[in-house]
Design a protein around this ligand. Structure first.
Ligand code: HEM
Ligand SMILES: *[C@@H]1O[C@H](CO)[C@@H](O)[C@H](O)[C@H]1NC(C)=O
Length: 418
């Protein structure tokens, strides 16, 4: 059984070895080799990552304002339904990001940093991420560990310092030794956690590398498609629309297994962001405030900064690994699309990985494959572009095993040997 699962897990590794040798193929990797990617990064201003010489960690929770009681990366109470930030808690009021602060593609983390639940300069740590997700959003302990571990390993945070930039490449501040670790691109790093078809961010190759800034046109599209009700059905439809847009426009479009995480992120709009004081409806006022979206007088959408809505009350029960996996599959299966990537010839090639066969997830996916889906994303050799792979190092696997394995082991997921 173990062998079978392993071969499924690694089959994706061999899906595209031929692509690089095809005449005329422009893949993300060959662009990289040609230095195009570097140019794109410079054009997008990614070379100029904000620098704050005076880093201050997140403001801690206190006895007076305990929130979920999550501290030092440990499990909190897992009981939500409380207001964030609490009245009188000046340490966690909104403070707009300044010129030295890093922000990136994740509105949930940007908002947490703007309220000092994460370090305000955007250089955060594993423990800050695990605590903030529980204290602010009542993310379940298991999912907060998984997302933080994915953030650190997939997008090249640093597993020795356990530091991560929530946006651009800040290697000098995240890495324990940049000569040994190489560059650590932070959450903006493309085709890892960040990927094409985001709700409100451009595709990397469509926008000279700007895959992380809020795009008001896209927010407006999402609002129209969802009819200002950002629920499962609306977001399934919008995600399909974004997929078709990328397929039509992006010659380097890649929709790999990690793109499953984008369905998870979309579920956060109706699972983590809704306000108890609005009857937990994923309404426009709540969602636009979290995204920092501001309506202009001409009806278009501009950007201010991500903020927790006033008098916002978080979800009551913790949002767990099982919950998010179930939402990912439901949203995908409402409007299924093919996993794979475009080549320059306008050809689309599908991939296999774990539960993805011939580019699709079958509605009859087994319970075990379902529960192990996210674990495989954290530990597998994952196709990250047409002929590139995210291959976790032994150190990264050890890190994952230490941080998150216990919960998945009980589910019978194949645990890679480290
Ligand atoms: C350690 C925890 C987390 C990490 C490392 C993380 C990372 C990311 C990354 C890299 C993206 C970009 C994906 C893309 O290409 O679209 C993203 C998107 C997103 N994240 Fe997070 N995230 C975390 C937790 C959260 C939480 C707790 C929320 C709760 C509200 C959240 C809400 C979102 C949303 C709504 C998006 C989609 C944005 C869009 O597509 O426009 N995230 N996240
Ligand atoms: C925002 O997205 C639209 C639709 O994809 C695109 O045409 C436009 O160029 C983007 N704007 C910016 C500033 O990137």
């Amino acid at each position: 059984m173990k062998t079978v699962l392993f071969s499924l897990l690694f089959s994706g590794a061999y899906a595209f070895p031929w692509v690089a040798n095809e005449p005329g193929v422009v893949s993300p990797w060959s662009e990289f080799a040609n230095g195009h990617r570097l140019k794109a990064r410079q054009q997008a201003g990614i070379g100029a990552c904000p620098f704050n010489a005076n880093h201050k960690p997140a403001n801690p929770i206190t006895d007076k304002y305990p929130y979920n009681g999550a501290k030092n990366g440990l499990p909190g109470k897992g009981k939500g339904g409380f207001q964030v930030p609490a009245d009188g808690d000046t340490a966690h009021q909104f403070v707009a990001p300044g010129a030295n602060d890093i922000r990136g593609p994740c509105p949930g983390l940007n908002a947490a940093a703007n309220h000092n639940f994460l370090a305000h300069d955007g250089i955060t740590t594993f423990n800050e991420l695990v605590d903030a997700q529980q204290n602010v959003y009542n993310v379940g302990y298991d999912l907060s560990l998984l997302l933080a571990a994915l953030g650190l390993t997939l997008t090249d945070g640093d597993i020795v310092t356990e530091k991560l930039s929530i946006g651009c490449d800040a290697t000098s501040r995240t890495s324990f030794n940049s000569a040994l670790t190489g560059s650590e691109p932070g959450l903006n790093g493309h085709n890892k956690f960040e990927a094409d078809t985001s709700l409100t961010r451009n595709d990397y190759f469509l926008a000279n590398g700007d895959n992380y800034k809020f795009n008001g046109t896209l927010f407006g599209m999402m609002d129209d498609t969802c009819g200002s009700n950002f629920d499962l059905q609306g977001l399934a439809k919008y995600r399909k629309q974004r997929y078709e847009q990328s397929l039509a426009q992006n010659g380097n479009f890649f929709f790999g297994p990690l793109s499953l995480l984008l369905y998870g992120a979309a579920s956060f709009l109706y699972e983590l962001m809704p306000n108890g004081n609005h009857g937990y409806k994923p309404d426009l006022e709540t969602i636009s405030t979290f995204f920092g979206a501001k309506k202009n007088s001409d009806g278009t959408w501009g950007y201010t900064a991500e903020k927790i809505p006033d008098k916002w009350t978080n979800r009551v029960s913790p949002y767990t690994n099982n919950d998010v996996t179930s939402q990912i599959l439901q949203m995908y299966l409402l409007d299924p699309v093919l996993f794979g990537g475009s080549t320059a010839q306008g050809k689309f090639d599908t991939i296999d990985f774990g539960a993805i066969k011939d580019g699709k997830i079958d509605a009859g996916i087994s319970a075990t494959s379902t529960s192990c889906l996210l674990y495989q994303l954290a530990t597998g050799n994952i196709p990250s572009s047409l002929n590139g792979l995210v291959t976790p190092t032994v150190k990264a696997l050890t890190f994952i095993t230490t941080k998150i394995s216990p919960s998945f082991k009980n589910l019978g997921c194949p645990i890679p040997l480290t």
